[in-house]
Design a protein around this ligand. Structure first.
Ligand code: CO
Length: 162
């Protein structure tokens, strides 16, 4: 299956995702393909809805470390950080977003093994962004209503012109 990045306002980005229950070779292949398409687009994180799949799967790659976040839960979030953020589903859109500075996340990896990650800074930012995708929450939900509407119009126009 050839994966493609889904862009806003495609409704799949808002759809609820289902937990992963089968950890097989197809899942590993899917995670690897998500990783490739993310890197091809110079991203540091990607969530399954961004390739049109409504499952609780996300990948974050930072400094040669790959975190596979399957069925992730944020156990704790502490502190605050502010920084510029973008999203593969919002090409050319960036904005300053407040996030927790540190998070502890429990999840499974692509083999089904339970994993616990304690991350901070930029990695914590990417984790929070990708986990929000699994709940249908998006980058622009953090922006002001005016900025959100401007971006929505711009991207709808862009999609209609294709
Ligand atoms: Co994103």
């Amino acid at each position: 299956m050839e994966l493609r990045i889904v862009e806003f306002p495609n409704p799949v980005l808002r759809r609820a995702t289902k937990p992963v229950t089968v950890f097989d070779a197809a899942l590993k292949t899917f995670v690897d393909e998500m990783t490739v398409i993310m890197k091809d687009d110079d991203g540091v994180g990607i969530a399954a809805p961004q390739v049109g799949v409504s499952k609780k799967i996300a990948v974050v790659c930072i400094e040669n470390e790959r975190y596979v976040l399957i069925n992730p839960k944020i156990l704790s979030a502490e502190g605050e950080q502010s920084g510029e953020e973008g999203c593969l589903s919002f090409p050319g859109i960036f904005g300053e977003i407040k996030r927790a500075a540190r998070v502890v996340v429990e999840c499974q990896d692509e083999t089904g093994a339970k994993r616990r990650h304690e991350v901070e800074g930029f990695t914590a930012r990417a984790f929070q962004h990708e986990i929000e995708h699994l709940d249908g929450k998006l980058l622009i939900d953090h922006f002001s209503p005016i900025k959100r509407e401007l971006i929505r119009k711009r991207l709808v126009k862009r999609n209609n012109e294709r």
